[in-house]
Design a protein around this ligand. Structure first.
Ligand code: ADP
Ligand code: MG
Length: 390
């Protein structure tokens, strides 16, 4: 079933963990989490000392974010990988002794002291001619589809976990004006669909086609992503469904380019053009110079620390059935991680492998976008050659 049930629904509604609701340190849950093998970065970093330091402060931004809200997902679901979220841009520095170590633990090699802002404009860094590796013929033949997205938030609103129904609806209102402005003759021209006006069948068809976020995710609900569902959510699709914007899944915007097959350069090139078009149009309509929320040390600000920096995840869906059979998903993920990539299931994060595996770049900071695409291509070539050996 798609869509929220009446009454409290753990898949959609925000529940604050019991101790956190009383603003008390969740001793048992975090200590148990720290001793288990799979523990969230949130549990590792949020020691009693860190909690004491921040428990009574609020972020200086519009969300008035608290540490209790920030760590709710990781406390309720210690098996999550990151398990914490920012409510506004300011949260990242106002809770520095919490968020900075989380950021450094996720983005290995990156230091918050030094930072690593990238040189050049996004269009230069997303120039497909700079990609210096190719998918092998054997990898090409196994690739079902390619998708590259960037996560962006608009600087004039709180991040959604710290926002309201109104702030989400204002984001949707602004984006509706942006989409109206796109030249109808352009390849990027299309329509904006609101969740509050789509039927369940229409939504489900888009989800099944990999064009739309699923909703209904306990971890995302615990982060506050799904609050006020289905209000203030939407998706923009060009006519070919190759240029897509998710509005208010979690981040305000996911700007996505995707198509069947493995023409990575074409996908990257469309993303570059589309991202520029959106940024320029928001700037014109909002009359704000700083369109996207940017941090002076790491770049794009996102709700989840895993996406900060470039906010880019480039993936291919690859068919490697023999490898899955021989070594299993977790081992494939480990092999991917050795190559600065990760593996996800067939329908996205936290999903199972049905047939294909989603292989994408793991790093997001300190490397130009085209190099992250190269990571993904190299990893797909590797998995394909392993499959061919079996
Ligand atoms: P994101 O990192 O953008 O949040 P998710 O893992 O949540 O991505 O997946 C979102 C949707 O995009 C899912 O339906 C997923 O299957 C789809 N998707 C991801 N990569 C590809 C790809 N290469 N081809 C087709 N669909 C994809
Ligand atoms: Mg996601």
């Amino acid at each position: 079933m798609f869509g929220k049930k009446d009454g409290f629904d753990p898949y959609y509604d925000l529940k604050i963990e019991e101790s956190l609701a009383k603003n008390e340190y969740p001793v048992k849950k975090l200590e148990t989490a720290r001793t288990s093998e799979h523990t969230s970065l949130c549990a590792q970093v949020c020691t009693p000392e860190v909690w004491e330091k921040y428990k009574d402060i609020e972020s200086s931004g519009p969300a008035k974010w608290t540490l209790a809200r920030a760590i709710n997902t990781g406390v309720l679901y210690p098996e999550s990988f990151v398990g914490c979220h920012a409510g506004d841009k300011e949260s990242y520095d106002d809770f520095a002794d919490f968020f900075h170590p989380v950021i450094e633990a996720y983005h290995k090699g990156f230091s918050m002291k030094e930072g690593s802002l990238l040189k050049g404009t996004p269009s230069q860094r997303m120039d497909p001619s700079r990609i210096s590796v190719e998918l092998s013929d054997s990898a090409q033949s196994k690739i079902v589809s390619t998708r590259i997205r960037i996560a962006r938030n608009l600087s004039m609103f709180p991040l959604n976990p710290g926002g309201t129904r109104e702030s989400r609806e204002e984001v949707v209102g602004l984006m509706a004006k942006v989409y109206k402005q796109i030249d109808t003759d352009s390849d990027l021209a299309g329509d904006f669909y609101l969740h509050s006006k789509m039927s369940n069948d229409e939504r489900q068809a888009l989800v099944d086609g990999h064009f739309l976020f699923r909703g209904k995710d306990k971890m995302q609900a615990a982060s506050g992503y799904h609050e006020y569902w289905p209000h203030g959510r939407g998706v923009y699709l060009n006519k070919d469904k190759t240029f897509i914007n998710w509005v208010n899944e979690g981040d305000h915007l996911r700007i996505i380019s995707m198509e069947m097959g493995g023409d990575v350069k074409a996908v990257f090139s469309r993303l570059s053009a589309g991202a520029k078009l959106i940024e320029d149009a928001v700037r014109e309509i909002s009359a704000e110079d700083d369109v996207f929320m940017m941090h002076p040390k790491f770049g794009a600000v996102t709700c989840c620390p895993s996406n900060i920096g470039t906010g880019m995840r480039g993936s291919v869906h690859i068919m490697v059935p023999k490898l899955i059979e021989a070594v299993g998903f977790d081992e494939i993920d480990r092999l991917c991680r050795e190559r600065n990539c990760q593996a996800r299931g067939s329908t996205g994060e936290h999903s199972k492998v049905l047939d294909r595996i989603d292989v994408s770049n793991w790093r997001r900071i300190g490397f130009p976008e085209y190099e992250l695409v190269e990571d993904m291509i190299n990893c797909a070539n590797f998995l394909s050659s392993e499959e061919d050996k079996l």
